[in-house]
Design a protein around this ligand. Structure first.
Ligand code: HEM
Length: 298
C-alpha cells in the first residue's frame, strides 16, 4: 500500500477555501439530495450577467464560454496538484493517469474556442466597449495553470494589481512546486542522472548545464521500452505542452477573425502579443531531446 500524502505536510496545493479540500464540507442530508442541490445549478445559472443595455444577444455566449473555460481550468489545477503529489511519491503511472485526464480536457478546450466564430465581428463590437478594461490577462486560473506547469513569469502579476488576494495567490504559485520541478526530482529519485534542482538550472539557461540535463533524458527516449512508465509520463507532459500551444494558436486565430489587429482590452497589441506566446514551451528539453537521439544499431 502506498502512503497517502498528508494535506497538512504539503508545501503547496489548492487554496484552502476549495470545497473539495475543506475540513468541514457542507453536507446535504442524503435523503433530500437532488441533482440541482448537489450541483448548485440554480446558483450557477444566476451568474451570467450581461453588461450591455439592452443586453446584446451574443453577450450570453461570450459570458458562458468564458465561465465554462474557468470551470475546466479549475479542474485542470485540481488534477495538476494530484499529478504532482504522485510524482513526489514516485508513482509514475498514477501521475501519468492524471496527466492524461488533463490532456483530454485541454483537447476539448482547443475545440471549444471555435464556438466564438459564430459571432460576427460587428456583433462583438456592439458590446466590446462594455468589457474594457477587463481582459483575459486577468484570468487568475490561466496564469496559475502556467505557473504550476513551470512557466513562471512575474511580469503578469501587474494585471492583478487591483486584487491583492490574486497577487498573493499567484506569488504563492511562483514559489511553489510545479510539474517540471516535480518531474525532474522524480527522475532523480528513480536513479536517472538528473542534476539536483534541474528546473532552476534549466531556467538559468547555461548551455553546458542544460546539455547535462539533456544527456540524462536521452536514455528514456533512446530506449523507451527500458523506461516505459517514465517514457509514458514524459510523453503525457509533451501532450500537455502541445495542447496548451494548440489552444494558444486557435485562440489567436479566433481573436484575429473577430477583432482583426485592434488592441486588446487589457492594453496589449492583441494578435501580435498572442502570436508571440505561441512559442512558449513548458518542457523545452523534452522537445529538444529528440534532436540528440541516434538510430538504433542491432
Ligand atoms: C471573441 C473572443 C475573444 C477575444 C476577442 C479575445 C481577445 C484577447 C486578447 C486581445 C488578448 C490579449 C490581452 C489583452 O490585451 O486583452 C487575450 C488574452 C487572453 N484571452 Fe482571450 N479573447 C477571446 C476569447 C477568449 C476565451 C473564450 C478565453 C477563455 C478563457 C480567453 C482567454 C484568454 C487568456 C487566458 C488570455 C491571456 C493569454 C496570455 O497572456 O497568454 N479568451 N484575449
Amino acid at each position: 500500500m502506498k502512503k497517502r500524502v498528508s494535506k497538512k505536510k504539503r508545501s503547496s496545493g489548492p487554496p484552502p477555501e476549495c470545497p473539495m479540500h475543506s475540513a468541514s464540507p457542507t453536507h446535504l442530508n442524503s435523503s433530500d439530495l437532488t441533482y440541482n442541490d448537489y450541483l448548485k445549478i440554480p446558483e450557477i445559472l444566476q451568474l451570467q450577467i450581461p453588461q450591455s443595455r439592452p443586453a446584446h444577444h451574443d453577450e450570453m455566449l461570450f459570458i458562458v464560454i468564458h465561465q465554462a473555460y474557468e470551470l475546466w481550468f479549475k479542474l485542470i489545477l485540481h488534477e495538476m496538484e494530484t499529478a504532482m503529489d504522485q510524482m513526489q511519491q514516485g508513482n509514475v503511472l498514477r501521475a501519468h493517469h492524471f496527466l492524461k485526464r488533463i490532456v483530454e480536457i485541454l483537447r476539448l478546450l482547443v475545440q471549444q474556442i471555435h464556438i466564438l466564430e459564430t459571432m460576427t465581428p460587428i456583433d462583438f463590437l456592439e458590446f466590446r466597449d462594455r468589457l474594457t478594461p477587463a481582459s483575459g490577462f486577468q484570468s487568475t486560473q490561466f496564469r496559475e495553470l502556467e505557473f504550476a506547469a513551470g512557466l513562471k513569469d512575474e511580469k503578469y502579476l501587474k494585471y492583478f494589481i487591483k486584487r491583492p488576494e490574486f497577487v498573493k495567490l499567484l506569488k504563492r504559485r511562483l514559489g511553489d512546486r510545479d510539474l517540471k520541478s516535480c518531474y525532474y526530482e522524480m527522475l532523480r529519485k528513480l536513479g536517472h542522472k538528473i542534476p539536483a534542482r534541474a528546473a532552476k538550472i534549466e531556467s538559468e539557461g547555461k548551455a553546458r548545464e542544460i546539455a547535462k540535463i539533456l544527456e540524462s533524458l536521452r536514455p528514456i527516449y533512446q530506449n523507451p521500452s527500458d523506461h516505459l512508465p517514465v517514457y509514458l509520463l514524459s510523453e503525457s507532459l509533451i501532450d500537455f505542452d502541445m495542447y496548451l500551444t494548440l489552444w494558444r494558436q486557435h485562440h489567436v486565430r479566433v481573436v484575429e477573425r473577430v477583432i482583426g489587429f485592434k488592441m486588446g482590452t487589457g492594453g496589449s497589441s492583441g494578435v501580435e502579443y498572442l502570436q508571440s506566446t505561441t512559442s512558449k514551451k513548458c518542457f523545452p528539453l523534452l522537445w529538444q531531446v529528440r534532436s540528440i537521439l541516434e538510430k538504433r544499431v542491432d
